[in-house]
Design a protein around this ligand. Structure first.
Ligand SMILES: Cc1cc2nc3c(=O)[nH]c(=O)nc-3n(C[C@H](O)[C@H](O)[C@H](O)COP(=O)(O)OP(=O)(O)OC[C@H]3O[C@@H](n4cnc5c(N)ncnc54)[C@H](O)[C@@H]3O)c2cc1C
Length: 334
């Protein structure tokens, strides 16, 4: 690990100011559960760490009014167990408590979670030149393409990168049309969570759309009745403490057994949290039957591009959506 300076600002404004002053090589750090890991692996080499975890009152969870608002430093475990979130937005709560372990969820923040980096084994284990990785060393190549690609993406891939976007929480947020509030050197702005993530295209090392020095201050989720009829369904190699092979965030507005509107996003199968409008269209206005649910699931994978060992994700992903639709539909609206 290379030496770095370390400061703990008292306010978001102070943190953004410190970042601007530090310049290149500066990074925010919150729970540290991702960044310290990547520093030890020699993948991240920051020169200045700006620790935002000590900012007083930067972890509020607001559920009154017409939206949910989570400040960036709220712990994953705190949001997952908030009574309103757990009761009215199971998709959000489940995406958090099905992630990582209880110890990690106590440390990790809902802001930091949005910016975690891929768990692609060639990205994480190849520092020092063992394996090429365009995300780690732009232009070096991709060992996953044509290599051991069982965990890789089948949607949103490019000829330079097939690494999966790893987070569960961002998938649920994308399904719920959530946005983030951002503070930067030029003031504040807000953007949909879906727009935070870039496709790999020819520049897989550029993963997020934040400008240098911009800090996420809060996550905002519009309130909707569909929240109650929602779920985050996650399929993984182990029942706990594992990243998704496939996952589906589903929220339904139903009129008796007809779907008025479905919101669906996928994890574990794509290079960014993946909204599935093709599936939503198949369902709109239709009576939800097992056959229709599977057809909706399969529609999401029409453009899938599997590699050598990950073709199973296409059918597993479709069935994950179908099962999530059943779970969400079975949930009472009241
Ligand atoms: C063993 C293990 C298993 C895991 N399993 C899962 C899993 O199954 N599902 C899942 O979703 N996640 C999983 N995770 C990832 C975990 O959820 C993330 O590490 C965590 O959410 C990151 O939050 P943090 O606060 O610790 O971020 P940090 O490590 O502090 O920061 C992460 C990134 O966000 C940036 N950052 C932090 N806060 C801000 C801010 N406010 N504004 C701008 N930038 C910021 C940092 O610069 C850094 O780039 C796992 C992690 C581990 C170690």
């Amino acid at each position: 690990m290379q030496p770095f300076s370390y400061i703990r600002p008292a306010t978001p404004q102070e943190a953004v100011g410190a970042f601007a002053q530090a310049g290149e090589g500066a990074r925010f750090i919150a729970g540290g559960t991702t960044l310290y890991d990547l520093m030890k692996l020699n993948i991240e080499r920051p020169r200045h760490l700006i620790d935002v975890s000590a900012i007083e009152g930067f972890n509020r969870i607001e559920t009154d009014g017409d939206r949910l608002r989570f400040e960036a430093n709220a712990a994953m475990s705190a949001v997952a167990t908030d009574p309103v979130v757990a009761r009215d937005y199971p998709v959000l709560a489940e995406s958090l408590w099905k992630a990582a372990s209880q110890q990690l969820r106590n440390m990790a923040t809902v802001g930091g979670n949005l910016l975690q980096r891929t768990r692609c084994m060639y990205f994480r284990n190849g520092a020092g030149g063992i394996y090429p990785c365009n995300k780690r060393e732009p232009g070096s190549g991709c060992a996953a393409i044509g290599g051991l690609d069982r965990g890789q993406a089948v949607l949103g891939t490019s000829d330079t990168c097939t690494a999966v976007s790893p987070g569960d929480w961002p998938v649920a947020l994308v399904a719920m049309d959530a946005s983030i509030e951002v503070l930067g050197p030029n003031g504040t702005r807000s953007m949909p969570v879906a727009d935070l993530y870039r496709l790999p295209d020819t520049t897989p090392h550029v993963e997020f759309t934040l400008d240098p020095g911009e800090m996420i201050t809060a996550i905002v989720v519009p309130k909707t009745l569909a929240g109650r009829r929602s779920t985050y369904h996650k399929i993984r190699d182990r029942e706990s403490y594992a990243f998704a092979l496939t996952s589906a965030a589903v929220a339904l507005e139903m009129n008796d057994d007809r779907v008025e509107r479905a919101r669906i996003a996928l994890g574990g199968v794509a290079t960014r949290p993946w909204r599935a409008p093709e599936s939503e269209e198949v369902l709109a206005g239709q009576r939800l039957t097992p056959e229709l649910a599977l057809a909706a699931g399969r529609a999401a994978f029409r453009d899938a591009r599997p590699g050598r060992h990950n073709g199973f994700k296409v059918e597993l992903g479709a069935r994950t959506i179908a099962d999530a639709l059943r779970i969400a539909a079975d949930r009472s609206r009241t």
